[in-house]
Design a protein around this ligand. Structure first.
Ligand code: SF4
Ligand code: SF4
Length: 363
C-alpha cells in the first residue's frame, strides 16, 4: 500500500483510508472490529471515525481494533472529530473519544463539518480552535485538522490562519470542479488533504453510462476509476472509503493497487468532459435531513439529479420506483430554506423542487 506524507507532519498515511461509518452490522463489535483489522493487515493505516457514527458505536469498534493494533509493531493513525460550538463542548467530546478509542492521544482531531463561513466565525468565537490547540499542547491531540463542506474557494479562509495541519473534504469525480480549489488551497500551504465520499454517494457506480468518461479504459469498473482518479492527485494524502465488510476492503485495495493508473492527459480530458452542471449534483449526503416538515429532501434531490443526467421521465421514475415518493409531499414545504442553508453542495433546493413539480409528465 502506498504511503503518503500528511502535509508537513511526520505522519505517513496509506493512500487508502478506512471510513468507519458503513459497517454492515455495527451492533456486532467483533465482526466490525475484524473488518478494521483486516484493512490494517492489507496495509491501510488511517482510520477515520466520529462520535456520532452509529451513535457512539463506530468509535467503540475502532477502539476495540486499536487494542489489537497496539500489539503490532506498525504505525496506525486514528482520526476523529468534534462538531462542538464551544470550548467546553469540544473538551467533552475529546475526553469521551479518547475513552471510547482506548487512546491517550488522538492522531487527527477535526473541527468537524464547518458548513458556512458564519459557522466558522461562531466556532472561533466559541473558543473551539483555542481548545483544540490547547489539547495539542497537553499531548491529547497530535494533529489538529478541519473538515468542511464549504466550496473550494472558501476553504482558504479557514486554512489561512494556520491553525490546522490538514483538511478533510468530500471530493470525487462528481464534484471535483467545485472542490478542487480547496485541495489547491491546502496544497499551497503544504497541508494534509483527506477526501471523503470518493464515489459521490454511489452516484458514480449507479450511473455507468453517464460517468463512463471517467474510465481510463473500457474494461475498468467505475469504482476502480473513481478511486484511481483520486490516487492520481498527489495533493491527496488519503482517500477515505466507507467499508461495510472485509469484502469491500479487498475490492478497494485491489482497485487501488492493481487498477489502471490515470494519466495526466486523462485527467485533463475528464475536466473537459464534465458538464458545467455536474458540480450541481446532489451527493445524497443527507445533511438536509432535519427538515421541520419531515420532507426527505435528499430523496427528491437525488431524483432531481436525473434532470441533469438523463432528463425525460427518469426523475419521476426514480422517485416512484426507487424512493417510493409522491410529489405531493413537497406541498408541505414552507420554504424556510433550512435545507439550502445546510446543503453541502450549496444547491438551489427550492428551485429544484419547482423544476420537479413543473416538468412532471402529464401521463
Ligand atoms: S425549505 Fe422546505 S424542504 Fe427545506 S427544510 Fe424548509 S420546509 Fe423542509
Ligand atoms: S440536497 Fe444537499 S445536503 Fe441534501 S443530500 Fe443533497 S447534497 Fe446533501
Amino acid at each position: 500500500m502506498e504511503l503518503r506524507q500528511y502535509g508537513k507532519t511526520d505522519a505517513k498515511v496509506s493512500v487508502l483510508g478506512f471510513g468507519a461509518m458503513r459497517f454492515e452490522h455495527p451492533d456486532d463489535f467483533d465482526e466490525s472490529a475484524a473488518t478494521v483489522l483486516h484493512a490494517f493487515e492489507k496495509g491501510v493505516n488511517y482510520f477515520d471515525t466520529a462520535p456520532l457514527y452509529f451513535e457512539d458505536k463506530s468509535e467503540k469498534i475502532v477502539g476495540k481494533a486499536v487494542l489489537e493494533m497496539k500489539k503490532q509493531n506498525r504505525p496506525f493513525y486514528i482520526s476523529t472529530k468534534s462538531a462542538g460550538q464551544t470550548a467546553s463542548d469540544v473538551r467533552k467530546d475529546l475526553e469521551e473519544s479518547l475513552r471510547r478509542l482506548n487512546l491517550d492521544t488522538i492522531d487527527f482531531f477535526h473541527c468537524w463539518c464547518v458548513m458556512t463561513l458564519d459557522d466558522w466565525q461562531n466556532r472561533l468565537k466559541g473558543g473551539v480552535v483555542q481548545e483544540i490547540l490547547k489539547a495539542k499542547e497537553e499531548g491529547l491531540i497530535r494533529y489538529p485538522a478541519v473538515s468542511t463542506h464549504l466550496p473550494g474557494s472558501d476553504i482558504h479562509h479557514i486554512l489561512k490562519d494556520g491553525y490546522f495541519e490538514g483538511v478533510t473534504l468530500g471530493y470525487s469525480a462528481v464534484n471535483f470542479t467545485y472542490r478542487e480549489a480547496g485541495i489547491q488551497a491546502a496544497a499551497e500551504r503544504n497541508l494534509g488533504v483527506v477526501t471523503m465520499n470518493p464515489l459521490g454517494g454511489g452516484l458514480i457506480p449507479q450511473n455507468e453510462e453517464t460517468f463512463s468518461f471517467i474510465k481510463m479504459d473500457p474494461e475498468q469498473s467505475l469504482v476502480e476509476a473513481g478511486l484511481q482518479f483520486l490516487k492520481a492527485q498527489p495533493e491527496i494524502s488519503t482517500m477515505i472509503v466507507g467499508f461495510r465488510n472485509k469484502s469491500d476492503v479487498d475490492s478497494a485495495v485491489q482497485a487501488i493497487e492493481d487498477g489502471t493508473p490515470f494519466s495526466s492527459e486523462h485527467l485533463k480530458n475528464m475536466r473537459q468532459a464534465l458538464k458545467e452542471n455536474f458540480n450541481e449534483l446532489c451527493t445524497t449526503c443527507t445533511y438536509c435531513k432535519d427538515c421541520p416538515e419531515n420532507i426527505e429532501v435528499w430523496k427528491f434531490m437525488e431524483a432531481s439529479n436525473y434532470f441533469e443526467m438523463k432528463g425525460g421521465d427518469t426523475p419521476y421514475d426514480r422517485l416512484k420506483w426507487h424512493w417510493d415518493k409522491q410529489l405531493d409531499e413537497l406541498d408541505r414545504c414552507t420554504q424556510c430554506r433550512l435545507c439550502e442553508e445546510v446543503c453541502t453542495q450549496h444547491l438551489p433546493i427550492l428551485d429544484r423542487f419547482e423544476q420537479l413539480k413543473s416538468k412532471k409528465p402529464s401521463k
